[in-house]
Design a protein around this ligand. Structure first.
Ligand code: FES
Ligand code: FES
Length: 160
């Protein structure tokens, strides 16, 4: 039997977006499989790794734990909205320059989470960054380069 689909209207990276999804589909599935926004990654699909992190109504969430239908009327930011056509976001640039990624599966989640932190707390120190990122796992780089990149980006963002 074909499941009945729900109509969802939401805002993604500032643009009004409409899609149809089954009530059981996660927001992550809707982003990746329905809207072809494949920057958000599926790691564990059970809320443990943070690879699927997006910002939703001002809070960072694991999109694998949110239903697509819950996006109705929401304001969502994904990794696709982070750079401008001209420039990478300072965090993206700092990740590149500090070699803060290897396979890249965790990277969109780290970037979305760390942007949310620096937007709210531009002076976040190393301890705060490590605490904030406790829900984001990386199996490749270790965490030192990631934290260094975020501190580097924070200092650039303050100068600008
Ligand atoms: S895929 Fe969502 S937390 Fe791991
Ligand atoms: S760069 Fe591979 S999991 Fe983090």
């Amino acid at each position: 039997m074909v499941a009945k689909k729900s109509y969802v209207q939401t805002k993604i990276n500032g643009e009004t977006t409409e899609f149809l999804c089954e009530p059981r589909q996660s927001l992550l599935e809707c982003l990746r499989d329905v809207l072809q926004l494949t920057g958000s990654k599926e790691g564990c699909n059970d809320g443990n790794c943070g690879a699927c992190t997006v910002k939703m109504d001002g809070r960072i969430v694991d999109s694998c734990l949110v239903l697509g239908v819950e996006a109705e009327g929401a304001d969502i930011s994904t990794i696709e909205g982070m750079a401008t056509p001209e420039n990478l976001h300072p965090l993206q640039q700092a990740f590149l320059e500090n070699a803060a990624l290897q396979c890249g599966i965790c990277t969109p989640g780290f970037l979305i989470a760390s942007k949310a932190l620096l937007d709210a707390e531009p002076d976040a120190d190393e301890e705060r960054i490590r605490e904030w990122l406790a829900g984001n796992l990386c199996r490749c780089t270790g965490y030192d380069k990631i934290v260094r990149a975020i501190l580097d980006a924070a200092s650039r963002m303050k100068k600008n």
